[in-house]
Design a binder for this molecule. Structure first.
Ligand code: FE2
Ligand code: FE2
Length: 200
């Protein structure tokens, strides 16, 4: 699926749906973080002004996702609470920085766009698994929410990947770097053990 090198553990979806309340709280925070990451990237795009508007639009769409998931929490009487540590995203950013070959700001921006693209790809895969598991259990409304979100995250993956190509202006170099980061992402996802959270 997309550029991912490692599929999610096949048992994850059932564990996640069994603990859907916990997953929804985690999910709400992921959407908020996606919005704030997109905005902070937009603010750092001085070298690549063409990326500002797409990133601001992405942030707006992530905020819309946040509101929808927040609505799910309200329906269930759940509180958002403080943001959990997203070890997956933190580790992916750390390993991307370590494996970056240059301090050139343009390349740092390209890496951050590609890391964002990979997080979107993984979220898309997880939402697809949630959609399938919820549909299998006949929970149609929740399955539909995850089907829609899965489609948005697939678009976000494509948009961020394309922005990285536009900023760098060298498609083969960007694809090679994306493949390298995707191998790193696959090892991180596989090591996390598949607990009931969006990136667990
Ligand atoms: Fe989203
Ligand atoms: Fe997204």
């Amino acid at each position: 699926l997309l550029c991912l090198t490692q599929p999610t553990d096949p048992g994850w979806a059932a564990r996640a749906v069994d603990a859907l309340d916990r997953v929804l709280v985690d999910h709400a925070h992921c959407e908020m973080k996606a919005a704030s990451t997109a905005l902070s990237l937009a603010a750092r795009c001085l070298d690549a002004p063409q990326a500002v508007l797409p990133l601001v639009r992405l942030a707006r769409e992530e905020l819309d996702h946040f509101e929808r998931v927040l609505g799910e929490l309200e329906k269930r009487g759940l509180e958002l609470g403080p943001p959990p540590v997203d070890e997956y995203a933190a580790e992916l950013r750390r390993r991307a920085r370590e494996s970056g070959r240059t301090d050139k700001s343009e390349h740092v921006l390209v890496d951050r766009l590609l890391v964002g693209a990979l997080i979107e790809a993984r979220s898309c895969e997880r939402f697809r698994l949630l959609h399938e598991e919820l549909a299998r259990r006949g929970r149609r409304d929740e399955a539909e929410l995850y089907r829609e979100l899965m489609q948005s995250e697939a678009r976000h993956y494509t948009a961020l990947r394309q922005l990285a190509i536009d900023v760098r202006g060298d498609e083969p170099a960007v694809i090679a770097r994306l493949e390298e980061l995707a191998r790193i992402e696959g090892r991180i996802a596989a090591a996390l053990g598949g607990e009931a959270s969006i990136h667990g």
